[in-house]
Design a protein around this ligand. Sequence first.
Ligand SMILES: NC(=O)c1ccc[n+]([C@@H]2O[C@H](COP(=O)([O-])OP(=O)(O)OC[C@H]3O[C@@H](n4cnc5c(N)ncnc54)[C@H](OP(=O)(O)O)[C@@H]3O)[C@@H](O)[C@H]2O)c1
Length: 389
Amino acid sequence: MKKVSLLGATGSIGTSTLDVIAHYPEQFSLYAVTAYSNVQKLAEIAQRTNAEVAVIGDKSLYSELKEALKDRGLQTKAEAGEKAIVEVAKAQEVDVTVGAIVGAAGIASTFAAAQAGKRMLLANKESVVCGGQLLMDTVKKYQAELLPVDSEHNAVFQCLHGASEEMRLHHRIILTCSGGPFRLRADLSGVTVEEATHHPNWSMGKKITVDSATLMNKGLEVIEARWLFDTPADRIDVVVHPQSIIHSMVQYGDGVVLAQMGAPDMRNTIAYCLGYPERLNAGVKPLDFSKVGQLTFEAPDLKRFPQLGYAYEALKMGGCGCIMLNAANEIAVEAFIAGRIHFIDIAKVCEVMMNSASSIAPKNLEEVLEEDRRSRILTKEFINGFSGE
Ligand SMILES: NC(=O)c1ccc[n+]([C@@H]2O[C@H](COP(=O)([O-])OP(=O)(O)OC[C@H]3O[C@@H](n4cnc5c(N)ncnc54)[C@H](OP(=O)(O)O)[C@@H]3O)[C@@H](O)[C@H]2O)c1
């Protein structure tokens, strides 16, 4: 029986993880479940899973969580605050930590799980984008195991399985991209929040859905792939594949390509990581190729979706370029969802803010978090005085 800490249990990845775990009650039990502000949903999850600890990120909600657990007659221990999330990420009792918090708020707990040598199922791509080489070195130093939940990186992980060092020397990574909801829309100036938060193929949280619409999500994935697979950016390509059946590919030195396919359902990749190296069945309907029809491919349009290009630029810049791009995007997406800026302004904010990134790479987690904080403050100031022109 493996004990799991599920960080971000109330979100989209959290919900899919709970669904997969429910299929295997003899293999997994919940040690901890966490959320930021959704107290009632967290308490309901604690009840359903019999979790030992429930943590709410917003400290001011501690009493409310305690009451909610008590009302349900649960023995589950209530905890609150960012430090408490870090504690359950690295707790001795835990075998597997699932990082499904959204945004840079997930960085500290990812590093904590790595330093504790855990098996990490990592959905929180922002940790890899901001932590970069530092995170990968930490994983190696403490013999942690980082299994990528993101469907593209999970696909690459599967395609690289068994490849020798020699074979890896000449591989190319080909990340597939649905193209998002605006692939065929010429003018993006009037995009509404409602339109940008509905993805054609995937059901996901709000932030990543907007990122998919701007292609920033693919940009973050390019950065993620660079570190996860130790592959330089000039050997990472992006191809638009609107059907989302091929989740990504690896081309080896002989030109042959391995592709991983499946239904667009995150339960597949979560089950793969939970069971690794065995395969667990997540209960997702298998692909029926007679119904899939055509698989098509096209180049991404960097004019309408410049944020994908910014990700390559941030990698080239080095220093804190990726941290700044990630923070600027997060703050700009928040402002867009709040109705303060237009959809097309998200890219403008990112472009301008990248010029303010420090050229010195962070040496430890504290410096990563400090640069993230600094980038957010600068971006907020810029948006406050932003005319949109
Ligand atoms: N959804 C997907 O299909 C998908 C695919 C690939 C990768 N990912 C990545 O997985 C991560 C999670 O995405 P998601 O779509 O599941 O997001 P989501 O549905 O928005 O869920 C986010 C989770 O994080 C918690 N949270 C939010 N802010 C927090 C904070 N400051 N401190 C602690 N916890 C916080 C939320 O709690 P509350 O509910 O209380 O707010 C919720 O449990 C993201 O990094 C995303 O890029 C997602």
